[in-house]
Design a protein around this ligand. Structure first.
Ligand SMILES: NC(=O)c1ccc[n+]([C@@H]2O[C@H](COP(=O)([O-])OP(=O)(O)OC[C@H]3O[C@@H](n4cnc5c(N)ncnc54)[C@H](O)[C@@H]3O)[C@@H](O)[C@H]2O)c1
Length: 203
């Protein structure tokens, strides 16, 4: 009988190639780390960024709706993983949206936090419904940062109510931002980078 395999190790082949296998620690125990492990059980505030691994080192990511929330989070995570950022946000209120939307101060905060990671960011106020404005922001970012690898079509709005009760403008604003605004960002990207396939897209 072979000796028991240590909990964090698994022999992969008879040539004794050993792979470290992350294992969730017991409650309260600080996890051991490998150079390629990001412990997903950490909450956002607890996460130790020394585990970041440069998975997108040298790449450039285009992120819409980057002033706050998930867009800022995407920008910071990608920057910590080595990417430079092209950020856009409307930074203004859309009349039918029933909550306060992001501001220029929010976008400035994203810029500050990305720069604190040591990465570069080109941030522009632009509306994802406006193809020309979006393309201009992207072109300026690519001119400064040199390339484009990742597109995160994240900008979005929400309104509430039964479909039959929604005002027509509320419906149109959601369709324009959440559908047209998701379709727009990859369009200038494909013209900048050539054939599709090299870049991911998320929403
Ligand atoms: N947070 C959640 O739990 C959740 C769940 C499902 C889907 N989503 C979607 O994920 C996206 C981000 O969510 P969030 O919670 O970070 O929302 P958020 O409101 O905090 O952020 C959205 C950002 O998009 C920007 N934006 C809105 N319209 C824009 C436009 N026309 N042009 C440019 N920027 C615009 C806003 O200014 C804001 O900064 C949204 O599309 C949202 O609908 C969020």
């Amino acid at each position: 009988m072979p000796a028991a395999v240590p909990a964090r190790e698994a022999a992969m082949t008879q040539q004794a190639v050993t792979v470290l296998v992350p294992e969730h620690p017991a409650a309260g125990e600080k996890p051991a780390r490998t150079s390629t492990t990001c412990w997903t059980q950490h909450t956002h505030h607890e996460r130790d960024d020394s585990t970041m691994t440069g998975r997108v080192e040298g790449k450039v990511a285009f992120i819409t709706g980057a002033a706050r929330g998930q867009g800022r989070s995407h920008a910071l995570t990608l920057a910590r993983e080595g990417a430079d950022i092209i950020a856009v946000d409307l930074c203004a209120q859309i009349g039918s949206v029933p909550y306060p939307m992001a501001t220029q101060e929010d976008l400035a905060q994203t810029v500050k936090e990305v720069e604190a990671t040591g990465r570069r960011i080109v941030a522009t106020v632009a509306d994802v419904r406006d193809y020309d404005a979006l393309k201009q922001a992207l072109d300026e970012g690519v001119a400064q940062l040199g390339r484009l690898d990742i597109v995160s079509a994240n900008a979005g709005i929400t309104s509430y109510g039964r479909a039959e009760d929604l005002a027509e403008q509320t419906w149109r604003d959601m369709i324009d931002v959440d559908l047209t605004g998701e379709w727009q960002p990859p369009r200038p990207r494909s013209r900048t980078c050539g054939p599709p396939g090299a870049a991911g897209r998320s929403s």
